[in-house]
Design a protein around this ligand. Structure first.
Ligand SMILES: [Zn+2]
Ligand SMILES: [Zn+2]
Length: 167
């Protein structure tokens, strides 16, 4: 059956002007853990990209390798306020019941330990170079996002991204 999960995230303390402005923004790619009916394993990291008609499951180390699966980003809205950067994504994915081929656990939608990683991009005016970063569920918070070139703080990651099953 088709399931839809809502993923929301927010960064605060965004530096919005002057030389420390880094044009920090969400990139159109995310990784999301799914109980995968194709390789029949729970908690598989699956890569989604805006505009792609399918998602890529990381599979398992033995036997079933990486494979495409039925999933896509159905909506991707970013918001930027004075000092905050928000993201709301809707992810559609196909889910069917199965038992994990390794440990016999029943597959769930969403997976019993939802995990997400969201990607960021920026541009450093001082170094005249671009950079990338990410935030993910299992991080110690609050955590400062710093430019890899000039080490300026660009924003603060104070809230764990939320994953909510809508249908
Ligand atoms: Zn899979
Ligand atoms: Zn910088």
């Amino acid at each position: 059956m088709l399931r839809t999960a809502e993923i929301t995230a927010e960064l605060t303390g965004l530096v919005g002007s002057g030389d420390d402005f880094h044009n920090l923004h969400w990139r159109s790619k995310l990784e999301f853990s799914v109980d995968c009916f194709v390789c029949e394993r729970t908690g598989r990291t699956t890569v989604y990209e805006c505009g792609a008609e399918r998602a890529l499951c990381s599979g398992s180390r033995s036997g079933f390798g990486r494979h495409y699966t039925a999933g896509r980003i159905a909506a991707y809205d970013t918001t930027s306020g004075k000092d905050r950067l928000g993201l709301r994504a809707l992810v559609d994915f196909w889910w069917a019941p199965f038992e994990d081929t390794r440990d016999g656990r029943a597959g769930q939608a969403p997976t019993s330990h939802p995990w997400v990683r969201l990607h960021l991009g920026y541009y450093c005016r001082k170094a005249k170079e671009g950079g990338t970063g990410s935030v993910q569920t299992n991080l110690v918070r609050p955590h400062e996002l710093r430019c890899a070139h000039c080490e300026s703080v660009m924003a603060t990651d104070a809230t764990t991204p939320a994953v909510r099953l809508l249908t």
